[in-house]
Write a protein that binds this ligand. Structure first.
Ligand SMILES: Nc1ncnc2c1ncn2[C@@H]1O[C@H](COP(=O)(O)OP(=O)(O)O)[C@@H](O)[C@H]1O
Ligand SMILES: [Mg+2]
Length: 343
């Protein structure tokens, strides 16, 4: 890698201490990689790693004030480091035409409901993250099950002929239900179950590590859908209260951005769920202001708020999309899976 400019570090290093830490935590190779960025010396690299900035991706999505606070470097230098990380990741300038060409590669997975597909512009899309949020029982997990099966369908039936990678944080994955959904589609249920890779995450660090370590697996197994059900639960329980809000958001933000990069690199769909509480003034106020509804901010490209209606009916509302029209769709959770309600 070309070294652009060498900037002296302004902070005092504690080499012995860091060497000791390196031996224990095995962080030295991460730190070494970071020192390849202009302006990052070994003491700065150690501080970055210590605060969870272990990759170029995490630095590329950081802001200069945060980094300055952690490293003790001036803000301008912090910004240079962020820019270098972005350059390394080829966050480069493209023409709108090139971008349009790349967007032609975006594919979609059907949800099982034509109404819901229409709301989503044809289904859940690849190269981006889609968030389903809503209260308990709103249908987030059922949609995730349905998509895990549908990702396997032939392209002409709304699938991507790939496999699904399901990260379960709440222990709510039910193989029998996935079998039922597969039986209701044209797939061999045994094969369909074998094409859903499941892993239980134990805490937020584990959740992040699973996704960071899954790249080779994703490629080798033609994974076309990555589900994280739910993406927020560990972060909520591990970082309670207002005083933990900033570190929680920072960690979650890095996680979400690396998920989106995963989606872009492997042309797969990322689907995350997020459980929120309905606010008391639900019927009068804006339902998208559900408590906890904004923890994911604007990172997911499409955000769908789910709410219960009569019986098995559910209402999906597209609340945040960079290019789709806002709107609502009604669907049903049936024995066969996600379907349109009967006319
Ligand atoms: N086999 C089934 N047949 C019909 N409806 C089902 C079936 N399994 C689950 N459901 C419905 O799905 C709802 C739970 O949805 P779920 O996706 O688990 O909610 P959450 O948003 O909390 O993840 C239940 O209220 C139930 O009505
Ligand atoms: Mg659920």
């Amino acid at each position: 890698m070309p070294r652009r400019e060498k900037v002296e570090e302004s902070n005092g290093a504690e080499p012995e201490l860091h060497d000791e830490e390196d031996a224990i935590s095995g962080n030295s190779s991460l730190e070494e990689k970071l020192t390849e960025l202009p302006g990052v010396g070994s003491a700065t690299a150690a501080k970055l790693v210590e605060h969870g900035y272990k990759t170029y991706e995490s630095i590329a999505v950081a802001n200069a004030t945060e980094l300055a606070g952690i490293t003790g470097l001036p803000q301008t230098l912090s910004q240079k480091i962020i820019n270098s990380a972005r350059a390394e990741l080829k966050f480069t300038i493209k023409t709108a035409y090139e971008l349009e060409q790349e967007m032609k590669d975006i594919k979609r997975i059907t949800t099982g409901s034509k109404n819901l597909d229409k709301l989503l512009g044809g289904g859940v899309e690849t190269k981006s993250a889609t968030e389903f949020f809503g209260e308990y029982g709103a249908g987030k997990t059922q949609i995730a099950f349905q998509l895990s099966v549908n990702a396997q369908l032939p392209v002409e039936k709304g699938g991507l002929e790939g496999t699904s990678f399901y990260v379960d944080t709440e222990g709510t994955f039910v193989p029998a239900r996935v079998r039922g959904i597969a039986e209701a589609s044209s797939l061999d249920p045994e094969k369909a179950l074998q094409n859903v890779f499941w892993i239980r995450a134990l805490n937020s660090d584990h959740q992040i590590a699973i996704l960071e370590g899954a790249k080779d697996f994703i490629q080798e197994h033609n994974v076309k859908l990555v589900v994280i059900d739910s993406v927020t639960s560990f972060f909520r329980s591990e970082y309670p209260g207002r005083e933990n809000l900033a570190p929680r958001q920072q960690k979650l933000n890095i996680h979400l951005h690396s998920l989106i990069r995963l989606a872009e690199i492997y042309n797969l769909a990322v689907v995350v769920t997020n459980q929120v509480m309905a606010t008391p003034d639900m019927f009068y106020g804006d339902p998208t202001r559900a408590v906890g509804g904004n923890v994911l901010g604007h990172a997911p490209n499409n955000r769908i708020y789910l709410r219960k209606s009569k019986g098995q009916k559910r209402i999906a509302r597209l609340v945040d999309s960079s290019y789709l029209e806002p709107g609502e769709a009604v669907f049903e959770i049936t024995g066969q899976g996600i379907r349109d309600p009967p006319e």
